[in-house]
Write a protein of this length. Structure first.
Length: 277
């Protein structure tokens, strides 16, 4: 009987000890409470993970994976999935990697759980690519500055890629509150994203219900339009929709170049978008 009692009471003290551990950052506690259900597709095809996993950045933040920000070409959809706390931790991951000494003690505690974090300086510098990534995260941390006035229309928004012959990402927002998103990459295992959309605090919120993806196959090295051949199409349906929040701002391209060849220009997320035909 005594042995049983001891076995029962030990877990109680373990839980109590953990709850009183002041070395655990409040940020760790916040994001642990929101830890998502993930859909592991890596056992089908490892190279598909980056294109398909909308919650990739959540994993990077929780693991303190600084190898993943060596060449940070950040994706708006994956940024839009992050909570306010996760965005803050992701942005400061770039500082922590450089050994930045944080004035926020909670940030310092968060990064100290990783062996690579060695706080040594208050002065850090970033590459152009790193600074672009940091600025992009800041866009998602900020409030929207404009209102979306097209809820009663079917509109196809296209990302401007800097040239008339370069098609960008396509986001179709329908007045029945459904949406379809099509990435731009010629070789892309993520073919389409489907779901419903709404406006909250002047931000577009996409509730992703399913993805159309390609598994397997091989890349045909065509000189103009390389593509994936012999792949198997599949629909990934989420038991619980994944929410992507995209802030709205004035278009930087429109302001700089004064474009007049579209009815409207706005920034959706970090991208300059126009109403496409």
């Amino acid at each position: 009987m005594r042995k049983v009692f001891l076995l029962l009471i030990i877990p109680f003290f373990c839980v109590l000890s953990f709850s009183q551990d002041s070395s655990i950052s409040k940020y760790s506690k916040e994001i642990d409470c929101e830890y998502p259900e993930t859909y592991n597709v890596s056992h089908y095809l490892q190279s598909a993970v980056d294109k398909i996993d909308l919650e990739k950045y959540k994993t990077i933040i929780r693991n303190g994976d600084i190898s993943a920000i060596e060449k940070p070409y950040l994706n708006d959809l994956q940024l839009g999935v992050l909570s306010k706390t996760e965005l803050k931790l992701f942005r400061n991951l770039f500082y922590a990697k450089k050994g930045y000494i944080f004035s926020d003690n909670e940030l310092e505690k968060y990064y100290k759980q990783f062996d690579w974090y060695k706080p040594t300086t208050k002065n850090v510098t970033f590459t152009d690519l790193e600074q672009i990534a940091i600025n992009k995260i800041k866009v998602f941390e900020s409030e929207s500055t404009i209102k979306y006035d097209y809820e009663d229309r079917n509109i196809l928004w296209e990302v401007w890629y800097g040239g008339a012959d370069q098609r960008g990402h396509l986001l179709r927002l329908n007045k029945d509150k459904t949406f379809v998103y099509k990435p731009v990459e010629t070789i892309n295992r993520l073919q389409y994203i489907y779901g419903k959309w709404s406006i909250s605090k002047n931000k577009i919120v996409l509730s992703v219900e399913s993805e159309e993806v390609l598994f397997g196959g091989y890349v045909v090295a065509h000189p103009n339009t390389p593509y994936i051949d012999k792949a198997t199409p599949a629909i990934i349906t989420f038991e619980k929709p994944i929410k992507i929040t995209l802030p709205l701002n004035e278009s930087e391209a429109y302001k700089e170049y004064n474009f007049t060849w579209s009815e409207k220009w706005i920034m959706i997320g970090s991208a300059d978008c126009y109403i496409s035909e």
